[in-house]
Design a protein around this ligand. Structure first.
Ligand SMILES: O=P(O)(O)OC[C@H]1O[C@H](OP(=O)(O)OP(=O)(O)O)[C@H](O)[C@@H]1O
Ligand SMILES: Nc1nc2[nH]cnc2c(=O)[nH]1
Length: 185
């Protein structure tokens, strides 16, 4: 089935984008994150909380890189809703796992302005989590990030441009591209 004509073309977007990180490079980076997270958990069984949809690919690869046993849950919170600029955060699915006195490993594809991860992290703490560790595939470098949130385990840093691929969408397209691309200014 083809996409509707009102959606901007992914093929056209690719022609005016730069390839920033290939799959092989990202896989190597994610394997290193797994080692670092194992060290931080030190044998503790954390709740691996994936922020859908963007973290689907990264979350799966990261989980397979972590040797410590984990419990899995997910939230679905979206701020961009298929567009290229953020808005109010919409919760589509809250965590189900009991977080009281647990370590939560909060996993997302990108920390951009930080609103999403801050809201989900704060929600985990309200639910009684004793520690929330944030793992991201990428962080954007700019000075617009909200205060009080940062990634504890980050894969790669990105320029301040709209990115897609490896879970991240361009108008809900391109999530399964096996690389990260950035639109040219
Ligand atoms: O740091 P922020 O500026 O809050 O942006 C980061 C968030 O934006 C994307 O989610 P989006 O709302 O696009 O939903 P998605 O995961 O379904 O793509 C991404 O997956 C992060 O969760
Ligand atoms: N796909 C995508 N989602 C985002 N969420 C926050 N920033 C971005 C971005 O640059 N690309």
């Amino acid at each position: 089935m083809s996409t509707t004509t009102s959606v901007p073309s992914l093929a056209e977007a690719l022609t005016r984008s730069d390839l920033l990180f290939k799959r092989e490079e990202l896989e190597g980076v994610i394997a290193h994150l797994g080692r670092a997270i194992d060290a931080a958990l030190d044998g503790e069984r954390a709740v691996f909380l994936t922020v859908m949809n963007g973290a689907l690919m990264f979350g799966a690869q990261l989980a397979l890189s972590i040797r410590t046993d984990l419990e899995f849950d997910y939230v679905h919170a979206t701020r961009y809703r298929g567009a290229t600029s953020g808005n109010e955060l919409h919760w589509l699915r809250e965590p189900v796992a009991a977080l009281q006195d647990r370590t939560v490993l909060l996993v997302d594809d990108i920390l951009d302005e930080g609103h999403t991860l801050k809201a989900v992290r704060d929600d985990c703490l309200r639910r009684g989590a004793k520690r929330v560790l944030v793992a991201t595939l990428c962080c954007k470098l700019h000075d617009r990030c909200v205060e009080g949130i940062q990634s504890d385990f980050n894969g790669v840093n990105l320029p301040d441009r709209y990115v897609f691929g490896y879970g991240m969408d361009y108008y809900e397209q391109g999530r399964n591209l096996p690389a990260i691309y950035a639109l040219k200014e």
